[in-house]
Write a protein that binds this ligand. Sequence first.
Ligand code: SAM
Ligand code: DTB
Ligand code: SF4
Length: 331
Amino acid sequence: MNTLNKAEHQALPQNTRPATPAPQWDADSVVALFDLPFNDLIFRAQQVHRENFDPNAIQRSALLSIKTGGCSEDCSYCSQSKRYKTGLESEPLMSLDEVLTMARAAKAKGATRFCMGAAWRSPKERDLEPVLEMVREVKKLDIETCVTLGMLKDGQAERLKEAGLDYYNHNLDTAREFYGEIITTHTIDDRLETIDKVRHCGIKICTGGIVGMGENRRIRAVLVAQLANLNPPPESVPINSLVRIEGTPMEKVPALDPLEFVRTIAVARITMPKSYVRLSAGRVQMSDETQALCFLAGANSIFCGDKLLTTPNDEEDQDAVLFEKLGLKMA
Ligand code: SAM
Ligand code: DTB
Ligand code: SF4
């Protein structure tokens, strides 16, 4: 087992370096960040943020569910698993025209990335071709493309890259030791394998997780450490606050203290200084003050538009008012 930290690893003559440097962040160091006095934590996060980004610019991604519901997986938070009675109506793969209409509208409203999500364990071959066409055509609108389609088989990432895909969203969702309590139909190693495939063919990764699923602080710290130790860290890191969906096993999980959510954002910012940290699902349930603290803690991206995948998101005009009050601009 390699125990060198990154600096020690780099200090060794190149031919004597072990192949992979030890992970930069261990759970204890990340817990120590979480445990800082709130003001100290936010101050550190702001410092890191300002060293790497314009502190008043927020990138905006639009989401569209291109295939909804009926998913074989048992992710306990998800409205789209066919195992839970959530009242969600399943919808087959959207037509290219519908997708393009939504992408044009998203671009007109200031989104710089268009993310298409499908409720699949993994895309079947016959599903991939129409999605490739969507990626090609959306790309022509001069907006970044992102898809989230579940686990990929060999060769599928390459085809997505050829079609012009910029980002693949595939979340780790929670810490390895908590994963089995949330999902049993696939493993965190399956997720890591897909992230690896996507990375290897030059697609940027959008990989984050969910907090507020009844996990403790250490689990949140391990999730952040797992993300930060991806080599390199994800270009885009969505931090979702659980949206409690009626009919799922998570419907009655006690809500997370908003200040703990803010801490999670700050710790993500400090451990992944150059990544876009996205204040993702859960904004509808947050006050303006909580969202403002998230931006102060280093969040510099949001999902815009009035819908996430299946649940509501803050309306366009609400965001405009908040941006105005905070003097934020679109990145
Ligand atoms: N099926 C694909 C997958 O699992 O990667 C793509 C769609 S899935 C809905 C994308 C992500 O949405 C999940 O990994 C999870 O992080 C997030 N998500 C789903 N339901 C959520 C909820 N109720 N609250 C917060 N985030 C949620
Ligand atoms: C991500 O991390 N969050 C988005 C996107 N990636 C695909 C999805 C949030 C879903 C929230 C619940 C819903 O609307 O179904
Ligand atoms: Fe399916 Fe993705 Fe929902 Fe899991 S999170 S049930 S894989 S759509």
